[in-house]
Design a protein around this ligand. Structure first.
Ligand SMILES: C[S@@+](CC[C@H](N)C(=O)[O-])C[C@H]1O[C@@H](n2cnc3c(N)ncnc32)[C@H](O)[C@@H]1O
Length: 374
């Protein structure tokens, strides 16, 4: 009897052990699955980080208008947009800074709004000469009276709206705003259309109307908001001017999970049904001669191909060295009286360093864009 009892106990224990073993095996499998998922997540995250870094360096996410722009639908997100952008590192690349970071210091990048550098250099640039009466001295430096822009921009806007099809730009803008708002709502991430603010777009319009360039080169087109203002100014000038532009092919893809991570910030979103420059009204699209690819490769050959360049507008990769590279490339063909304009001058001092090296006057437009006068 005793033997039977101990046999039964042994069988029970064995069953128990088997059940325990089953349990352990089940837990092990769950653990393995969790490790696999974590690894997958890690891969997505590092992929996303790569994309973010790429956007920061090349695709320009922390744009100046970020400061004013509340990402549509940001209120519903766990991490508000303004907080998310502050968490992007201060130093984005050599000599290139995140202007939304709490430790950002404008002195590091010589960002002094309304300042005119090298004002003592005499310049025959027609646009510079137009602004000359509004330049004054303050604390041993020269500044342009910012109030001058109120009337100028108002007039520029009124004139622009008289150009047939101009209203298409604003319709396209509404479409894009709704598109990113839907994305934001759907994925709880922050999507940035990557356009200049309206004041910069009107400033560009005014520069083109003033300076009457025939050959303009632009890097960084994206949806084409700024290109649309430039194209309309060329149309209004009526001198057959062309806008030669370079941009990377559009890369936004909501089917790729690394583009839809919750609380992330994504820049330069071109809707999947559109192509770079689509915001330019259809009637004027042929003003734009667009090449898709990296400006590092394409800009030198474009400059070689052109006889001269009357205006250059940089809005692509905002790292210090890339901007300087672009300025130096276009310098080879700049005509007398030409302009070199850059957006997002809050990120680095390349435009001011370039103007110093070239000994030309340069102006900081509202802490956002800059122009050097040749
Ligand atoms: C902020 S967006 C330009 C916005 C545009 N100016 C507007 O107002 O709508 C920056 C653009 O630069 C382009 N870009 C970034 N790095 C580039 C590079 N190395 N070569 C060419 N384009 C580049 C991106 O593809 C992106 O479309």
């Amino acid at each position: 009897m005793g033997f039977l009892r101990s046999l039964k106990k042994m069988i029970k224990n064995t069953n128990h052990n088997v059940t325990q073993l089953d349990q352990v095996q089940k837990e092990l499998a769950q653990l393995q699955q969790a490790i696999k998922e974590a690894h997958h997540l890690q891969q997505i995250q590092s992929d996303m980080l790569l994309k973010l870094t790429h956007q920061l360096a090349g695709h320009d996410i922390a744009k100046a208008h970020f400061r004013n722009l509340k990402s549509p639908g940001a209120e519903q997100n766990d991490v508000p947009f303004n907080q998310a952008i502050k968490e992007v590192p201060l130093l984005l690349a050599d000599k290139t800074y995140n202007s939304s970071h709490p430790n950002y210091n404008a002195d590091l990048v010589r960002n002094d709004p309304h300042r005119v550098f090298n004002a003592e250099k005499s310049s025959w640039n027609p646009t510079y000469r137009k602004l000359l009466p509004f330049i004054h001295q303050q604390n041993n430096a020269s500044y342009l009276d910012n109030s001058v822009w109120q009337n100028i921009l108002q007039e520029a806007r009124e004139e622009l709206l008289t150009i047939p099809h101009a209203s298409e730009i604003f319709k396209n803008q509404t479409y894009l705003e709704n598109y990113v708002a839907d994305l934001t709502h759907c994925y709880q991430a922050h999507y940035i259309p990557g356009w200049v603010n309206l004041n910069v777009a009107l400033f560009l319009y005014w520069l083109v109307r003033q300076n009457q360039p025939k050959t303009i080169v632009q890097t960084g087109v994206c949806n084409g908001f700024s290109s649309a203002f430039i194209a309309l100014a060329l149309v209004k000038n009526g001198n057959g001017g062309k806008l030669y532009a370079i941009d990377l092919p559009a890369i936004f893809d909501p089917k790729d999970p690394s583009w839809t991570m919750k609380n992330s910030i994504y820049g330069v979103v071109v809707p999947t049904s559109k192509s770079p420059g689509w915001m330019i009204p259809d009637a004027y699209r042929d003003c734009l001669k667009l090449q898709l690819g990296d400006a590092k490769q394409l800009l030198p050959s474009l400059v070689n191909h052109l006889d001269s360049i009357d205006m250059f507008y940089h809005d692509s990769d905002h790292t210090y060295h890339h901007m300087l590279f672009e300025f130096q490339e276009v310098r080879r063909k700049l005509s007398a009286g030409s302009l070199v304009v850059a957006d997002d001058i809050a990120w680095n001092a390349s435009l001011w360093d370039f103007a110093d090296a070239q000994q030309v006057a340069a102006y900081n437009y509202q802490g956002t864009a800059g122009v050097a006068f040749f």
